[in-house]
Every structure is written in structure tokens, then in C-alpha cells.
Design a protein around this ligand. Structure first.
Ligand SMILES: C[S@@+](CC[C@H](N)C(=O)[O-])C[C@H]1O[C@@H](n2cnc3c(N)ncnc32)[C@H](O)[C@@H]1O
Length: 261
């Protein structure tokens, strides 16, 4: 095999496609390998709208983080983050205020080890391994507590990750526990595949279990007890769209931002 770029930590098997790197490629990033690109191309032939969906989600991430930064939020906990490349939270939040702090959490050790390498020179961002199914492990993770102060508002991002949790795993309860850990003025941010649109990717990405699509009412129920920021649960493209981007509405991904009062 040819020599690997220096951002690849030792021990990462680049002959196996990886979901986080596939997403990076879908978004036009460069932290991926031939095996990831090949996987994405196959997925795209089966689901041609897969790339617009990936862009719609990333566009929402940028608008939501800018919106939150505009309301004074300076701390971000991004759970199910994938790889922090192109237009990710620390870049957007850092543009608004270089003092903003971001912790990325993923349960995929490959994504975490690569994320750590990418964030090496970022004192205000780091990546830790954690599973959304065990929110306390994330909330009390020493590296999370080192960077984030839960006595100040925090934005907890769960972008395209809650669909990995079956209803039996009680995602609403998990979201409630995360909300309870945050002070008034904090926000929870969600993006979620909608039903009847197919999965954004077919077949499932490597390592993906069966996923659960949810409609707007089900997503609102996950955020029960918090105040939905207008316009509520809407397609990603319709949440505070920026003028002149010309994005057409894509109902495949629903999003919401909710505030703890
Ligand atoms: C579809 S990608 C989304 C990446 C990013 N949030 C975005 O919107 O572009 C889902 C990510 O969630 C991670 N993930 C899946 N289940 C998880 C869990 N239970 N806890 C933490 N991360 C999880 C996957 O490893 C993957 O990196």
C-alpha cells in the first residue's frame, strides 16, 4: 500500500470502509480513502438524493450553530459527530467567537482516533469516545468536563444519530437526561431521517444497524419539555434558510432546535 497521509493515526485499517469517512467524502472532504469513495458511489447509484441530503444536513448544522452563537452560546457537545471536517462545529462556532469550545463524541473508535488527529492543533475542540445510549458516561467524561462548563449554557447536537436508537432503547428518555444536565438557556439540536423517504443511504453504511425513521410528531415528542424554536420540526432546508442559496425543500431530513427554559 502507498504511504498514508500523516493525519491517519497508526492502527486505522484503511481497507475497510468507515461511515464517518464516507460522510466526509459525501461532503467534499479529503479525509477518506478509495474504499470509502467506492462505497459512497455505490450508495449514490441506489439513492441519487443521498448527496443533496448530506449537504442539506451540513447546511443546517452551519445555520444552527451560527444562530446559537448569535444567542451567546459558546459551548457545543456534538454527539454522533463523525469526522470534524468541512464546515464543522468548531469552525463555524470559532468564526463567531474564537473562544467557543466544542467536544465531539462518537461511538466509532476509528472516527474518534481520526478526529483526535485532525483536532491536534485545536485547543478548544476535542474528540472523545462515547455512546449516546449512555448519556451519563458522556456528561461525566473527564475530557468533556475539562472543556465544557455545565453551569453555563451548552448546545447539545444530535445530528443524524438518534435514528440509530430503536424506540425500545427509549431515545426520549436519553434526550431528557441530556436536557436535564444543562442549565436554562441551553439548546438541543436534532436532525433525523424522515419516514417514507428511504434511508439517506442504501444499503446501510458499514457497521450501521437497522435505523428508525421518525416523523415530525415523533421528533417533537423526543424533545418533550423543551421549547421548540420556530419554525419547529421542519425539513433541514426550511430551518432559517439563508436567502439566495436556492436550496429546494428536501423532506428526507427533519430538524429541530429546542431551548431549555
Ligand atoms: C450519519 S453520521 C452523522 C455525522 C454528523 N453528525 C453529521 O450530521 O454529518 C452518524 C454518526 O453517528 C455515530 N453514531 C452512531 N450511533 C451512535 C451512538 N449510539 N453514540 C454515538 N455515536 C453514534 C456514527 O459512528 C457516525 O459517525
Amino acid at each position: 500500500m502507498s504511504e498514508l497521509p500523516d493525519w491517519v493515526p497508526s492502527g486505522v485499517d484503511v481497507s475497510v470502509p468507515n461511515a464517518a469517512r464516507i460522510h466526509d467524502y459525501a461532503l467534499g472532504g479529503h479525509h477518506n480513502f478509495a474504499i470509502d469513495r467506492e462505497f459512497w458511489r455505490r450508495a449514490e447509484t441506489l439513492t441519487p438524493e443521498a448527496r443533496p441530503i448530506a449537504y442539506a444536513r451540513r447546511g443546517f448544522l452551519g445555520r444552527a450553530v451560527r444562530w446559537l452563537a448569535g444567542r451567546g452560546v459558546r459551548q457545543f457537545l456534538d454527539i454522533g459527530s463523525g469526522l470534524p471536517t468541512l464546515g464543522n462545529v468548531h469552525e463555524v462556532a470559532g468564526d463567531a467567537d474564537p473562544a467557543a469550545r466544542v467536544v465531539y463524541v462518537d461511538n466509532d473508535p476509528v472516527a474518534v482516533v481520526q478526529s483526535r488527529a485532525l483536532l491536534e492543533s485545536e485547543p478548544r475542540a476535542r474528540a472523545v469516545e462515547g455512546d449516546l445510549r449512555r448519556p451519563e458516561d458522556i456528561l461525566y467524561h473527564p475530557e468533556v468536563l475539562e472543556l465544557l462548563d455545565f453551569s453555563e449554557p451548552v448546545a447539545v447536537l444530535m445530528l443524524d444519530v438518534l435514528h440509530f436508537l430503536a424506540d425500545l432503547e427509549r431515545p426520549g428518555e436519553i434526550v431528557r437526561r441530556l436536557g436535564e444536565a444543562c442549565v436554562s438557556g441551553s439548546y438541543l439540536v436534532v436532525s433525523h431521517p424522515a419516514p417514507d423517504q428511504g434511508r439517506a443511504f442504501a444499503p446501510p453504511l458499514p457497521g450501521e444497524a437497522v435505523t428508525v425513521a421518525r416523523d415530525a410528531a415523533e421528533i417533537a415528542a423526543l424533545l418533550d419539555g423543551l421549547a421548540l424554536v420556530p419554525p419547529g420540526v421542519v425539513p433541514a432546508t426550511d430551518w432559517h434558510p439563508e436567502p439566495l442559496t436556492g436550496e429546494t425543500s428536501l423532506p428526507a431530513i427533519l430538524v429541530a432546535v429546542a431551548r431549555k427554559s
